[in-house]
Design a protein around this ligand. Structure first.
Ligand code: DO4
Ligand code: MG
Length: 287
């Protein structure tokens, strides 16, 4: 079952199921007033199924998607794939050993990525900082966590990153990672009782510039050096997520060092079994 948020023709924010190329707005109740209340339920699939439905709305180019998030924080894990380790060691000679060590350490790298106000949904813009010159999208399988840190679903994540800022000094990581429109989530959450096998969770990144695909690469969760449950366990150490959370699980795809994103590029990230998140890139005043 796929569930998201959108704006309907009356301008109202709605929680909706995505079924057969349509959005089916749900009739929320006092017990289940929000998407995060559904995600916090004992059985989110049954909770979503229990709600009344309004008339389906056909999905088309004018559909106004919203990121499928309420008050949850967005966290991210890093250097969970060999490719991220090597790319980061190339990025900063001075800090190379940090990335080497964290790839092999028991404790993973986990950082705060975004508040909900910094998150863009499907077809909403994602941003390059004006003070950055070397930028990439990071396509990441994103775990949807209930307040008890149960993995209740998956979504597609884009951990936008300024490589020159992080490369100058690893202590600049929060600035390389967290700013307006720095995180993409969506188009929906795929609710699941049980996660598919890691081979089935494929990740594909396509970047389109002036109508041409200028970058196209794929990987899968089978390449990850860490287990999802292990990352969640580290995230939850002395760290309460009263509203639940999103956890981006790290990138296995980093373009070669000569590549940077440009304004008006369109970034398409597909996660097998979930869907495709598509965002146009902006920089400066345009939004
Ligand atoms: O170490 C810096 C960030 C790593 C990251 O975001 C990733 O590997 O996806
Ligand atoms: Mg990342």
């Amino acid at each position: 079952m796929n569930i998201t948020k959108c704006i309907d023709s009356a301008g109202q924010t709605r929680v909706a199921l995505v079924e057969n190329d349509s959005l089916v707005p749900l009739q929320m109740t006092a017990e289940l007033p929000t998407l995060s209340a559904i995600l916090a339920a004992e059985n989110p699939l049954a909770a979503a199924d229990s709600l009344g439905r309004d008339q389906p709305i056909a999905i088309n180019d004018s559909t106004q998607w919203l990121p499928p998030i309420d008050q949850q924080e967005v966290w991210a894990a890093g250097v969970t794939y060999k490719r991220s380790q090597t790319a980061r060691m190339e990025e900063s000679e001075a800090a190379a050993s940090c990335y080497d060590q964290v790839y092999n350490a028991d404790r993973p790298e986990i950082f705060f990525k975004a508040t909900p106000s910094r998150v863009s949904g499907h077809h909403q813009p994602l941003r390059i900082r004006t003070d950055a010159k070397w930028n990439v999208p990071e396509p990441e399988i994103t775990l949807v966590l209930s307040p008890s840190l149960k993995i209740v679903g998956l979504t597609v994540g884009n951990d936008m990153s300024s490589r020159d800022i992080e490369g100058e000094n690893p202590l600049y990581l929060p600035q390389a990672k967290c700013y307006d429109q720095c995180a993409g989530l969506g188009p929906w959450i795929t609710l699941m009782d049980e996660l598919p096998s890691v081979d089935a969770i494929t990740v594909d990144l396509k970047i389109v510039r002036d109508g041409n695909v200028v970058f196209d690469q794929a990987t899968s969760a089978a390449e990850m050096a860490r287990k999802f449950e292990d990352l969640v366990q580290w995230l939850g150490r002395d760290n309460t997520m009263a509203d639940g959370a999103f956890l981006m699980t790290g990138t296995g795809i980093v373009p070669t060092s000569d590549f940077t994103l440009l304004p008006d590029d369109v970034v398409n990230i597909t996660i097998g079994g979930v869907g495709t998140l598509s965002n146009r890139i902006v920089q400066g005043a345009a939004s």
